[in-house]
Design a protein around this ligand. Structure first.
Ligand SMILES: [Zn+2]
Length: 382
């Protein structure tokens, strides 16, 4: 309840002209906004009415000109695993990444069980063993993460909806209010015991994972689980409350590094107003409407190429390259590169201090991941 109230609080611009409406007759303003609301509701849900063409050209240049025009103030980013791959973070949950093939040693009844809440409660060991194996050597955000931060700093970011659980958005400087972590996060953990629910930090969880200890609550001895959404668990309530408040106000949707396969996340692309341009930065085109989606009224799929295309732009590249190209067109490229350099140096020096210069014999896996991330970044920023 309080969650829902908080989510709607910042939206003061919502047209609710209370002072004008006497009880007896309905104020015109209120009638108008009601009509506007109904019109947009119908056009959204029924796919009626042509959307207004906002971009002068369905290209990255067109998007950049739109942003620079000042008409675009509520950008929503939707991001997935693809924005973190250059940081050396494997796609944790998607089948087909080769990850599931490596799970045999855990004697799972079937591979997906490792992420199923029911199985986890009785057999938590495989999940934590896998978490250790896949634990990123460093939490170093990518060019793309910092591009999103720049959107925030320039007052253009409405919200970033992430499917990732790697916390890199937070490391890059996005805060609680900037972010909706649709599939949860490793950033915090909670005791699963219903009456306790004690919260634990990432550092606490990391220590347990690396000591090969099953994390148990120090208050009630219950099992402690990272706050990532397992199969069989609900998405965070914040996902739904924020979605309702954000998407009708979106004037540019930027979708990056996601194949838009997982619901309900994928359906968000259809929730922006019909006139809002949608930019996809990804290694392949995705999210185009299919027959089944149309039949189920899920509509709103992306349309880059048909003769009706009027607002969707596909930029086929890595997320880092796409963000750099867009930043370049916006005149932000140097600023972005400076930000990445500065932040990475900060993270490096922090890591050095934490290690205390003591043991230089890092696990080779950790080093490799870190170097891989560096190489990926510098390749793209130069
Ligand atoms: Zn507890």
């Amino acid at each position: 309840m309080s969650d829902a109230q908080e989510a709607t609080k910042p939206d003061e611009e919502a047209p609710v002209p209370q002072d004008q409406s006497d009880d007896s007759d309905e104020g015109e303003a209120s009638g108008d906004s009601e009509m506007d609301f109904l019109r947009s509701l119908f056009s959204r849900t029924l796919g009626l009415g042509p959307g207004e063409k906002v971009l002068d050209e369905l290209t990255l240049d067109g998007v950049a000109r739109y942003i620079n025009s000042g008409a675009c103030k509520n950008i929503i980013c939707m991001v997935g695993a693809g924005i973190s791959t250059s940081a050396g973070i494997p796609d944790f949950r998607s089948p087909g990444t080769g990850l599931y093939a490596n799970l045999q040693k855990y004697n799972l009844p079937y591979p997906e069980a490792i992420f199923q809440i029911g199985y986890f409660k009785t057999h938590p060991e495989p999940f934590f063993a896998l978490a250790k194996e896949l634990y990123p050597g460093q939490f170093k955000p990518t060019v793309c993460h910092y591009f999103i931060r720049m959107l925030k700093e320039k007052g253009l970011l409405r919200r970033c909806y992430s499917q990732n659980i790697d916390t890199l958005e937070r490391v890059a400087g996005l805060g609680d209010t900037d972010l909706v972590e649709a599939h949860g996060t490793f950033y915090t953990s909670h005791c699963l015991s219903f009456l306790c629910r004690k919260e634990y930090s990432l550092e606490w969880m990391k220590e347990k994972i690396f000591k090969d200890e099953i994390p148990m609550c120090d208050k009630c001895s219950g099992l402690v689980k990272p706050d990532i959404v397992f199969f069989g668990e609900n998405l965070p309530a914040r996902f739904f409350t924020s979605m309702t408040a954000d998407f009708p106000r979106c004037d540019l949707l930027i979708i990056m590094g996601t194949s838009l396969q997982v619901q309900p996340f994928a359906s968000l692309v259809g929730r922006v107003p019909k006139s809002a341009p949608r930019l996809l930065i990804n290694m392949e085109k995705t999210g185009e409407s299919d027959f089944l989606g149309g039949m189920l009224g899920l509509g709103g799929g992306l349309d880059f190429d048909s003769d009706k295309a009027y607002r969707d732009v596909a930029h086929i590249s890595t997320c880092d390259e796409g963000c750099l190209a867009l930043a370049d067109l916006l005149g932000w490229k140097e600023e972005l590169q400076e930000l990445v350099k500065r932040e990475h140096a900060l993270i490096d020096s922090k890591n050095k201090n934490e290690k205390g210069g003591a043991a230089n014999e890092n696990s080779s896996a950790t080093e490799q991941t870190a170097q891989g991330a560096e190489a990926g970044i510098s390749e793209k920023t130069e």
